[in-house]
Design a binder for this molecule. Structure first.
Ligand code: CU
Length: 147
């Protein structure tokens, strides 16, 4: 069971994220540009990535698009020594090469990552890099980069 202090810290972190999001909004507003899109993903305790309202979750972005990835991670059956409970690593489907800057390690709770989509349009795949349970090998997410 999480201690009361842990919950309090979690709330404080959420509040900090909320303030940070507001600052991002305020700083971008004067330019009148479209806001950075926030993509929310759950890295769940059953070793599956989930996107609310999407039974076959896929992330679709435009080439080079700036996005914020907001990932909530829930601990499965096993985790890394450094406390990472899941990974989120983007591979190019054609040659399984890792996309630079997209090799993320997830701690329990909510984390935000500011990222730029690959500039090369095509099919990609997100894979988990932490052996999180016997179902770890199936922890994948489709990712499409549009021109
Ligand atoms: Cu995992």
């Amino acid at each position: 069971m999480p201690s009361a202090q842990f919950i309090k810290l979690g709330r404080r972190r959420e509040a900090a994220l909320c303030i940070a999001s507001t600052l991002v909004f305020l700083s971008s507003a004067p330019f009148g540009m479209a806001q950075t899109r926030v993509i929310e993903v759950l890295a769940d305790k059953d070793s599956r990535y989930k996107i609310a309202g999407d039974s076959h979750p896929t992330i679709t972005v435009k080439a080079g698009e700036a996005i914020v990835l907001r990932i909530t991670a829930r601990r499965a059956k096993s985790w890394n020594r450094d406390g990472s409970i899941h990974g989120f690593s983007l591979l190019k489907a054609a040659d399984r090469s890792k996309v630079p800057g997209w090799d993320l390690l997830l701690k329990p709770g909510v984390q935000e990552f500011q990222l730029n989509a690959p500039t090369d349009p095509g099919q990609y795949e997100v894979v988990c890099t932490v052996v999180c349970s016997e179902d770890h090998e199936g922890m994948k997410l489709k990712f499409v980069v549009l021109p």
